[in-house]
Structure formats: C-alpha cells, structure tokens
Design a protein around this ligand. Structure first.
Ligand code: GLU
Length: 464
C-alpha cells in the first residue's frame, strides 16, 4: 500500500440536487474511513451534470454537512461541469478507437424503435443502428440532428466483479445496450463522467449505494475500453425506514442538515451511521479514531439496515453526557436563538448544561430545559389545579419568605426548603412538586436546590 501508484484513493461524489442524504453521508463516511485507515486520500467530487436540477444552494449545504460531520477531504471539491473539455477529449479518443460512435437518431425515431420492439414482445433497447461494423454501411449523417455519442458496449458475454460488500456479481451484456455517453449538448452522462473522473483521480476503491449496481457493468466496460485499471467496487445496501421501505423524505428526515438542526452531535451521527451497515464485534459506541483504526472494508453488511430513531437518540444521549459543557453551551444558545432568546453572553450556560445534559437526547431537549431560565414558565392549568392547592399555599408563602433572605446558593436554598418542610410538617414531594410547577412549569427537574440556584433570586420570587 506504500507504493504511490497503489495508494488508496476513495471519493464521495454527491449530486447537488438536494441536501446530503443520510445514505450518501454513510458512504462518504465509509470512503473517508477506508482512506484514512490505509493512509490514503479521500476526494470530494460534485456531480453537477444534471444542470436543470443542480443548485449552488445544494452544493453549499453538502459542503457544510461534510464539514459538520468532520469528513475532511484531501482534494476537491471537483466540479464535473468544469471538466467538460476532458470528457470530450476522452469521447473523441474512444470514437477514434472505435469504442464509441455518434448516433443521429432523433427522439421520434427512438420512440418508434421501442414501439416496434414492444409490439414484437422484445425488451426495449437501442438497436445499434449507428454503430459502425465491418461491412456495414451507415446512413448519411443528417445535418439537422445533433448527434449523441454512444459507447459501443461489448456484445455478448457478461461482466463480473468481486464486490467489496456483496461478493461476486455477474451481469450479462445482454442486459445493457449502447449507452449514451455524451448528450447532444455535450454534457456527459453519469456513467461516462464517473469513469473518466475515477480514472483521472486515480480512485482505487468506490463505495456507493447499491442502487448503482446496474450501472457498474457499463462503467467496467468503459474502463476496459479505455484500457485503464479498474477500481474495486463496494455497493452498500439502502437504508430502510422503520416501516421497512426505503428511507425517504416522506418517512422522516433524510438530510444530514435536519439532524444538525435537530440537536444531534456530529460524532454521534457518525457513530450511528457507521453501525448502520458495518460492525466491529458488539461495539456500539466508538470514536472517530477507533473507526479509522478498525475500518478496513470488512464486516460490511450485505442486507439493508433499518433507520432507528430511538437508537440514534440513545447514541446521541451518550455523547451529550460526555460533551464539554462550554461546547454544549454554544450549541444550546444557537437552539435558543431560533426561539428568539439571546443567551450567548449568559454566564450560567455551562453550569446549566452540566445540570441538565444527563437527561437529554438532543440539544433541542436541552434547550427545552434551559428555556425555562430565560423565558416565563408556563405551567399547565391541570398541573396548577392538581399540585398548587390551597393546602400547600401557606408552605409556598413561607418558603418564598425564606428564599427572599437566604444565602442564594445550593446550600442556602436547600436549608430554606428543609426549614419550611419541618415547620409545615410536609414531606419533600409535597412542597417540591408545586414549587417546580410554579418556577419551571414542569413537575420534574433535577435536584431542586441546584436547579433553583441557577435562577436569579428575583425570578424565583416572582414566579412564586
Ligand atoms: N452522483 C452519484 C450519486 O449521488 C454518485 C454515485 C457514485 O458514487 O458513483 O448517487
């Protein structure tokens, strides 16, 4: 692997027609980890040849998600639309070599061809009418049709490759026809651009979703026609939603951005995504460094994994517990900013995060807790009626008086509560629950003295 010619080079090649999809993020992670594991290089390529659907906004989102996940690349972003001259050059070479040719069929002619095939009960395919062959006379090229360039796919035989994920795969050349590699406007199709790029970028290993398995024979045939080394392919199964169908927008969030906004930590996302299709023994929680150390392309699952929001929440909760409070403070402040609360400069943020993070799965939940410190409490009428009863009112008044004068820290507050309990002959929950309802708008909080100490005294007195 030290030979530079064989240095591991992987890539992720998203199409900027939308956000970074979770499935693409997972293959990006596998490609990245594989390159890092073998001391190789990882490339980011933007496959923007679907000009009508590609947007700069999507490119920006994809780059931001890669950055957020910490999947750093050694080269790129390389944009396919900036490489048109190169695709034309390779197509010209292939035409000269007889492995590609111009086809002047109009859309109407192609429709008629397929119609006739259907009428004969055949599978529709391009009938190679413009493909040169010894002894074959081609029609004169019409002047009013802009030709496409087609790849002269081998006739007969089959393509076999040893897939890193799925094992040996064979697809017959009967299944695939002479693929268009350049459209009339000179823009390459996916299967052609991907080969030229993987070749030029010296990609050694391609991890991608298994929806591309049927494209791979064309790509392998084009690599062979160009007489260049093939990368190894690994096709990862799709991710299923919890209903067993392909994870899609209709079945919940599928973009990395949605999870960033939803209060997940990038290291938790990476950990969860990694396990969704790969395993290292029974390990459920592991760091990015451990993954790099362990990820050698083995133990990739052949069958689809199911997206499990509850497990992701659990993984995230484990990382939240460990997370540095100052870091969480920044994250939770940005969550609260979306709710119109500017808390960035508040000196209590770190202590608040420390107190509440253990009971949260996301920074959104953490923000729900912290919000009570920065916005009025909103106890429900039901909680008020049930817990803030006439029976407990004198105790609340007595407590309020003590809190008005006690030392304003955890110890002082605990002493004020204890004295009130003794004086009023009450047990802790009898006083603590109404107190929580009034101050927090909730019946449960972490230890009440610690939670109260992080308010300023006036806020607590006014809520009481
Ligand atoms: N642009 C393709 C996609 O987003 C890339 C597939 C590949 O990695 O070859 O699915």
């Amino acid at each position: 692997m030290n030979d530079t010619q064989h240095k591991v080079r992987t890539r992720i090649a998203p199409s900027p027609t939308g956000f970074l999809h979770l499935g693409t993020a997972r293959t990006a992670l596998y490609s990245w980890a594989y390159a890092r594991h073998f001391g190789g290089e990882f490339v980011l390529r933007v496959e923007d040849t679907d000009v009508a659907r590609s947007t700069q906004d999507a490119v920006d989102q994809i780059l931001a998600s890669m950055k957020w996940l910490g999947l750093d690349y050694d080269e790129g972003p390389v944009y396919q639309m900036q490489r048109l001259a190169r695709y034309h050059e390779v197509a010209d070479q292939m035409i000269a070599a007889g492995t590609a040719y111009r086809c002047y069929c109009s859309p109407d002619e192609l429709d008629a061809m397929r119609e006739a095939q259907r009428a004969r009960g055949e599978k529709t395919h391009y009938d190679r009418r413009w493909r040169p062959a010894p002894g074959k006379t081609l029609p004169p090229a019409p002047t009013d049709v802009k030709p496409v360039v087609r790849f002269a796919n081998p006739v007969g035989g089959a393509v076999t490759w040893d897939d890193l994920v799925k094992g040996s795969i064979t697809i017959s050349n009967e299944e695939i026809d002479d693929l268009i590699i350049l459209r009339p406007d000179g823009v390459p199709t996916y299967n052609f651009a991907v080969v030229v790029d993987d070749w030029d970028m010296a990609i050694t290993h391609v991890f991608r979703g298994d929806e591309h398995i049927n494209n791979t024979p064309w790509q392998i045939n084009i690599f062979r026609a160009l007489n260049v080394a093939l990368p190894q392919f690994g096709h990862c199964p799709i991710i299923l939603g919890d209903d067993g169908l392909k994870l899609s927008k209709r079945r919940g969030a599928v973009s990395v951005t949605a999870y960033e906004d939803g209060g997940y930590l990038p290291e938790a996302m990476l950990n969860y995504l990694a396990r969704l299709g790969w395993s290292h023994g029974d390990d459920e929680l592991f760091s990015r460094e451990q993954m790099v150390a362990w990820f050698d392309g083995t133990h990739l699952a052949k069958s689809p994994a199911q997206w499990d929001p509850a497990k992701l929440a659990w993984v995230n909760a484990q990382y939240l517990k460990q997370a540095d409070d100052a870091r969480l403070g920044v994250l939770v402040a940005s969550q609260l900013a979306r709710r119109g609360l500017d808390v960035v400069a508040d000196t209590r943020l770190n202590a608040l995060c420390a107190l509440f993070k253990d009971r949260c799965s996301t920074t959104v939940e953490l923000a729900d807790w912290l919000q009570m410190y920065f916005a009025p409490a909103q106890p429900t009428e039901i909680d008020r009626a049930e817990h803030v009863t006439d029976a407990v009112r004198p105790a609340l008044v007595a407590l309020r008086d003590r809190l008005a004068h006690c030392e304003w820290d955890k110890v002082g507050i605990a002493a004020a509560i204890k004295a009130t309990l003794t004086e009023q002959g009450l047990k802790m929950p009898q006083l603590a629950i109404p107190l929580r309802v009034l101050v927090f708008g909730r019946t449960q909080t972490p230890s009440i003295d610690a939670a109260l100490a992080l308010f300023d005294r006036d806020t607590v007195l006014s809520r009481l």
